[in-house]
Design a protein around this ligand. Structure first.
Ligand SMILES: [Zn+2]
Length: 283
């Protein structure tokens, strides 16, 4: 089944081998629609940083030789694309290319068993599955993860390449991908489509389903809570002390005193017969 593909002139491709798998395939192998040979286009604008030319078919080869004739383009921010087994290369190192520019023609050079394009995508300078990018922009990571902070509502992403979208819905556009173990502050939550969504920035939302994220709601810092408990304890012991003092005065010379609770209910008001007054603050 042909899928949309912007690195081939025909706009569609058949996938003949996927990324990964038991032989740790580091790219994706494609041919043109209906298994045809097609012209190869630059995925995104960038600068050609590597080319290899003059290669023939070399089955069983390893390293750069296995790529045959190939082109590698730097797109910035850790993004690169690589196009291997080309028959012809139309660009040279240092060339600035635009999205959709012809860079070569599909071939059977290097470690290849039939004409096809071996296409690689590098994200953060490491290979990633090109399947996500056959018909999609390379995403720029502008939202910086933060560190764990108990004073903030935060979440940790548990899966790789979780999509960050412009709104709380799977129909919203993908703008970035979040990598595993990254931590973001969140400001708002919403439920829809069986997902709970977290707003992590202006118009940037992450969905949580099946433990895609671990949620850390903010907590009161521990030392503040301890201080509050201590203060309450101190007040309680002061009240107890005052009550005991009152009891002592009563016992010592009970007939000499009248004890009132003053109009200000927080005061113990004591009056001697000679109209001398004593006040005890209750708290
Ligand atoms: Zn391949």
């Amino acid at each position: 089944m042909a899928v949309k593909c912007r690195v081939l002139k025909g706009g569609y491709c058949e996938i003949t081998q996927y990324y990964g798998g038991s032989n740790n395939h580091l790219g994706i192998d494609i041919v043109g629609k209906n298994y045809t040979i097609d012209t190869v286009l630059a995925h995104t604008e960038g600068t050609v940083i590597y080319t290899q030319t003059g290669q023939s078919n070399n089955q069983g080869s390893t390293g750069n030789a296995s790529y045959g004739n190939f082109v590698k383009i730097n797109h910035g921010s850790g993004w690169f694309t690589l196009y291997a087994h080309l028959d012809r290369v139309n660009v040279k190192v240092g060339d600035k290319v635009t999205k959709g520019q012809v860079i070569g023609y599909m071939g059977n050079t290097g470690n290849s068993y039939g004409a096809h394009l071996h296409f690689e995508v590098y994200k953060n300078n490491a290979r990633t599955n090109p399947l996500n990018y056959l018909d999609a922009d390379l995403l720029s990571s502008t939202l910086k993860p933060v560190t764990r902070d108990e004073n903030k509502d935060q979440l940790k992403v548990n899966v790789n390449d979780l999509r960050i979208r412009t709104g709380p819905s799977t129909t919203s556009s993908i703008i970035e991908l979040a990598t595993e173990n990254s931590i973001y502050n969140y400001y708002e939550t919403k439920s829809s489509e069986g997902y709970t969504w977290y707003r992590i920035d202006d118009n940037k939302w992450l969905a949580n389903k099946d433990n895609w994220c671990t949620i850390y709601p903010k907590t009161q810092p521990i030392d503040n809570e301890e201080k509050l408990k201590e203060e309450i304890k101190n007040l309680q012991s002061k009240i107890k002390q005052l009550e005991e003092e009152n009891e002592q005065l009563k016992n010592n010379n009970i007939s000499d005193y009248k004890i009132f609770v003053a109009p200000e209910s927080s005061l113990y008001y004591m009056e001697l017969e000679e109209n001398q007054q004593l006040f005890y603050k209750k708290n």
